[in-house]
Design a protein around this ligand. Structure first.
Ligand code: SAH
Length: 248
């Protein structure tokens, strides 16, 4: 069976129990060498073949995965959670065409690891109840309706992947879209890795403060970074719900 496994954001303890078991069983692991922590490969059997996919084409990756028998455990190891900017859709389509079975094991996305590093909640009541996950168009196009200014117009909590190298233009477009220039912003480099770095600021000054960070980073924007928010109704003593009666 072929498994697409989310490796987590970097820290080797942030892979799921299931993902770790599959790495221990695998006879072949094809991993995203540019972002996956190589220490994760220490979970593999000594005779496991490990291939970095960085220099391979889509067709070469699929040929490698399919060269193994169906009863072997084959792992395609992606960073974070494979459903976000993982390019797994095109791999799954080719496996479907070849009639090869596969399963997906989710992982801890870098967006969760970045929120943890910042000790932030994306959805505090009274601030924002939505998270917009996007990227600025670079070499990969973004649909026009999802341009940064149009997404910014919601004023929601926002996480931007693959955009740290375009911070100045990004901040300009976020302000153009309607975020006040003093909106809090943060850049988190290598969330959950030993060399993690956090830069905090606002849309006015973050591009200068985080100038030295150009890749493997997320940009987070919104008032959720402020802290000091309204309390939730979930744990409010005056609010009843399915598991608890309100205090009188
Ligand atoms: N599937 C991955 C994202 C892959 S796209 C996930 O769920 O996290 C690669 C981009 O993700 C990088 O350019 C960077 O923007 C972000 N990224 C990946 N790992 C990161 C980390 N540990 N810290 C901060 N950003 C990270």
């Amino acid at each position: 069976m072929i498994y697409f496994v989310g490796a987590g954001s970097g820290d080797v303890e942030l892979i799921t129990v299931k993902g770790k078991r599959l790495l221990e069983e695998a006879s072949l692991v094809v991993y995203v060498g540019s972002l996956v922590n190589p220490a994760l490969l220490e979970y593999c059997r000594p005779d496991c073949e490990k291939v970095d996919s960085a220099r391979l084409t889509l067709e070469e990756i699929i040929a490698l995965l399919c060269a193994r028998r169906e009863d072997e455990t084959v792992v395609r190891l992606h960073t974070g959670d494979p459903s976000l900017y993982g390019a797994i859709a095109e791999q799954m389509r080719l496996l479907d065409e070849r009639g090869r079975a596969y399963q997906i094991v989710p992982g801890v996305s870098s967006m969760s690891a970045a929120a943890a590093a910042l000790k932030a909640e994306f959805t505090p009541p009274g601030v924002s109840q939505s998270v917009i996950i996007s990227r600025r168009a670079g070499r990969t196009a973004v649909p026009e309706k999802e341009s940064i200014p149009s997404l910014a117009s919601h004023g929601a909590s926002m996480v931007l992947f693959l955009s740290a190298g375009m911070l100045k233009d990004l901040c300009r477009e976020l302000i153009e879209g309607g975020y006040p220039p003093d909106t809090p912003a943060a850049v988190v480099y290598k969330a959950s890795w030993p060399d993690e770095e956090i830069v905090r600021g606002s849309l006015c000054d973050i591009s200068e403060k985080a100038q030295h960070i150009t890749k493997t980073a997320l940009v987070l924007v919104g008032d959720f970074l402020k802290g000091g928010v309204e309390r939730s109704r979930l744990y409010d003593p005056g609010f009843s719900h399915g598991y608890r009666e309100a205090e009188k």
